[in-house]
Write a protein that binds this ligand. Structure first.
Ligand code: AZC
Length: 813
């Protein structure tokens, strides 16, 4: 067993006492790292060198709280939380660490003294994009919030060599290129070659002295890399432990010497494949052996590590749930149920019943989607061949469950030769949660309807949240400073303090300052759009922003249709007093998702046409910057006036971008879906542009098979839009380019774009009207900020601590 605290020279600082270094001390540290870590002379150092040296200097400062938190957790035997996730969309880390450690100004001054500009250095860092979208970004916010709230926590994931692909547009179409964030060393991680575990695949399960034993046919080694995550003011820290795949066999020197280089390298290549790429689609189970192997690889390594750490502190494994809570981020790590049982039974001699009880009491499962295509299922053939011992265990869990409960025939983990991972996760967890109030109710009514009836106390809600450190203090310094001056800095730790901003909505002088902060952010964004895309936009136009993965249910197409209708109307009556707008789109499509890629193509074609129109140039622009990622979100969100949250009701589990935009003072135009419902309840119906069918209404409307045709026939606006597209107005070089798309709009409108179009149009015009009265708009925007405190991920984490993990904060406040 590895020793509890990793380095013996840990400084003895207390968890809460953070001594901040001076400018001179930090400057010396940076120069030291330049010279001794990077072996570079300051005079000949590149931006990369300065960034690395700065990162190492900051990292040194992270070690104090990290060690202190680690020590305290060991010393007190505190209960630990383990967050298992195939995705951590952490983005850049340098600025986040600086801000949480209170070193932003000190570092800026230290670098300035060396003739370096902090913002250039920050921008030099590649985004760590180890995730697809909401689920991965949520995991990253949770790590930071656990470090702020004081949870002894580890996140476990995979150290993908290639994160989410880079997106380019060629002739308006998405082209993917590999992302290679690890082509440069990652300064935040510590390799832990001593923390390595063997993970098996395939082979068979056999009986030895009455016990099942798995004899794997393949093995790989999972090797750990740790990244510290410090919370606000460095009072606590959590750890992100990512696994890389290594071969278990030694390099075959004999083969190599005989000239067979490929064969000599084969085991290495095979093992590394496991941590090679992030699957770029989280809505379809890849159906690939590699994906299942990745999931098991991460989960098994994490559980072995958890048990190893547990046993270094405690003796009886029966007490595991007293000291350990494991949260499964969606079903991707759902193999944790059978794997934990296997480890307890096959390696630690626990009996079946006890192993099942212990595993269930330890595990919790979060569901993030109701989309049927995203609910993972593996064929029993694949599961049986890749994980034969687990297949046996799964079958017996299923039989036990069937015996213990009178279940309807629809219930069962194994059905139609498939293993339903959602049902497995549900049955093996003591708590199952949805991610918004509406979603958690729908989970009870739909995917887990029957299981919920059998286990009525299991499903609970934990509405998502976002960290105000990254999503306000870091990304929106203009508004942060204004908040500090107006209500004090307390909001950063306790976002509920924003409530005290409410009276200022009535204060004309404050409204002016608020508007000035927003305008400054818009001017900055306009400059960036000019520099990077060559599009000239007016910072006084309404900035209308839809940023998220491209998916039919998120209805970027509805927004695109409305954009076309708006343009068409503007052209007909350019002098009708239109509110100038800039429509921003941002987001990637899964590489194999044809329909989503076609929507991207259309948006880009529409942007090209509209942006070239001299008649409407002062009224409307469409901007779709390629390669939307965390850093781009940080740039766009503070500059948003209008937040587009327009999914088909019942489809968006929660959304988290909606929360970030509200917090940053955008008004929402949205449906009653996901957390929009809670946002509207909190900010007030008057301060939210509602439109569209409800989740119930959607279900009813779908029963009319002519819903799209009838809606289109009723809407002159929408008919015009479809007509223009079909005539090739946006694709003159290929007039029939969108015939398929238009045909689907008429006949296969599964997400009810047509049915909601007119209502959306009306809500947009209400937004236009309000925007023409800036005093009213700003008052409402301020109320959105003041009432968004609930959406801090600190609040979400406290909910998990109380309802699911039974863990107190380690910080005494
Ligand atoms: C997303 C949901 O689509 C989004 O509504 C939610 O806010 C987010 O999770 C965090 O809970 N889901 C995913 O990103 N992926 C999957 C497989 O659900």
């Amino acid at each position: 067993t590895a020793s509890p605290v990793t380095a013996s020279s840990a400084p003895a600082s207390s968890v809460s006492g953070l001594a901040r270094p001076t400018v001179d001390a930090l400057r010396a540290k940076i120069l030291h790292h330049l010279e001794y870590t990077l072996a570079k002379d300051a005079g000949h150092s590149s931006r990369y060198d300065w960034r690395m040296a700065t990162s190492f200097a900051i990292r040194d400062e992270m070690l104090k709280p990290w060690f202190a938190a680690t020590r305290q957790t060991y010393d007190t035997g505190a209960k630990r939380v383990y967050y298992l996730s195939m995705e951590f969309l952490i983005g850049r880390l340098l600025e986040d660490a600086m801000i949480n450690l209170g070193l932003h100004e000190t570092i800026a001054a230290a670098l300035a003294a060396e003739g370096q500009t902090l913002s250039d250095i920050i921008e030099d860092e590649p985004d760590a994009a180890l995730g697809n979208g909401g689920l991965g970004r949520l995991a990253a916010c949770f790590l930071e919030s656990m470090a702020t709230v004081g949870v002894p926590a580890h996140g476990y994931g995979i150290r993908y060599e290639h994160g989410l692909f880079r997106q380019r547009f060629e002739g308006g179409q998405q082209v993917e290129t590999p992302e290679d964030w690890l082509s440069q060393p990652h300064p935040w991680e510590f390799a832990r070659p001593e923390a390595a575990y063997i993970v098996g695949f395939k082979g068979h399960s056999e009986l030895r002295r009455g016990k099942s034993v798995w004899v794997p046919g393949e093995t790989v080694k999972a090797s750990a890399y740790d990244t510290p995550v410090v919370g606000w003011q460095g009072k606590w820290a959590s750890t992100l432990r990512l696994w890389a795949g290594l071969p278990t066999t030694q390099f075959d020197l004999e083969r190599f010497n005989n000239g067979d280089y490929t064969a000599a390298a084969a085991p290495e290549a095979l093992a590394r494949t496991l941590s090679r790429v992030l699957y770029p689609d989280d809505t379809t189970p890849a159906g690939k052996e590699l994906r299942l192997k990745q999931e098991y690889f991460m989960t098994s390594a994490a559980l072995q590590d958890i048990l190893r750490r547990y046993q270094s502190q405690f003796s009886t494994l029966a007490d595991l749930p007293k000291h350990v809570a494991i949260q499964l981020n969606d079903t991707h790590p759902a193999i944790a149920g059978p794997e934990l049982m296997r480890l307890l039974m096959d390696q630690h001699d626990m009996g079946w019943d006890e192993a099942q009880t212990v595993a269930r009491a330890t595990l919790g499962y979060t569901n993030h989607t109701l989309l049927p295509e995203a609910l993972e299922r593996w064929s029993t053939y694949l599961m049986g061949s890749v994980l034969p011992r687990h297949m046996e265990i799964i079958q017996r869990i299923d039989e036990d469950h069937a015996k213990a409960h009178k279940r309807p025939p629809s219930v069962g983990i194994v059905q139609h030769n498939e293993v339903k991972m959602g049902d497995l996760a549900f049955i093996m967890s003591h708590k199952v949660n949805g991610v918004s109030a509406l979603h958690s109710e729908l989970v009870k009514e739909t995917v887990f309807h029957d299981l919920h009836k059998l286990h009525p106390d299991r499903i609970t809600n934990e509405t998502n949240g976002v960290t105000p450190r990254r999503w306000m203090r870091l990304s929106n310094p203009a508004l942060s400073t204004l908040l500090d001056e107006t209500i004090g800095e307390g909001w950063t730790r306790d976002l509920d303090h924003l409530k005290t901003l409410e009276p200022f909505a009535q204060d004309a002088a404050f409204r002016e300052k608020f508007a000035a902060a927003k305008r400054a952010n818009k001017v900055a964004l306009a400059g960036w759009v000019q520099d990077t895309m060559g599009i000239d936009i007016n910072p006084d136009a309404m900035f209308d922003i839809q940023i998220k993965r491209l998916h039919e249910y998120k209805r970027q197409l509805l927004n695109c249709f409305e954009t076309i209708a708006l343009w068409h109307n503007m052209r007909q009556t350019p002098d009708a007093g239109w509110t100038p707008r800039v429509k921003f789109f941002g987001g990637k499509s899964a590489p194999g998702y044809f329909v989503a890629k076609e929507i991207i193509h259309l948006i880009n074609d529409v942007a090209r046409t509209i942006n070239a129109d001299p008649v409407t140039g002062h009224l409307l622009k469409v901007v779709y910057p390629p390669n939307y990622n965390v850093s781009m979100a940080q740039r766009l969100i503070p500059a948003a006036d209008l937040s587009e949250q327009i999914s088909t009701a019942g489809k968006e589990a929660s959304g988290t971008g909606n929360m970030k935009l509200t917090l940053n003072g955008a008004l929402t135009i949205g449906t009653l879906d996901g957390a929009n419902v809670e946002i509207r309840d909190l900010v007030g119906a008057d301060n939210f542009f509602l439109f569209g069918l409800t989740a119930d209404g959607v279900e009813k409307r779908r029963k009319n098979i002519n819903h799209a045709r009838e809606a289109i026939e009723d809407s002159q606006n929408l008919r015009d839009v479809l007509q223009m597209i079909v005539e090739g107005r946006f694709s003159p070089e290929e007039p029939d380019r969108y015939h398929g798309l238009v045909d689907r709009a008429w006949h296969h409108d599964h997400y009810l774009v047509a049915a909601d179009f007119d209502s959306y149009w009306e809500a947009q015009r209400a937004a236009d009207a309000l925007y023409r009265t800036p005093q009213d708009w700003n008052r409402k925007a301020i109320l959105n900020v003041a009432r968004s405190g609930f959406f801090s991920s600190d609040r979400t984490i406290r909910g998990y601590m109380a309802d699911i993990w039974d863990v107190p904060s380690a910080l005494k406040d």
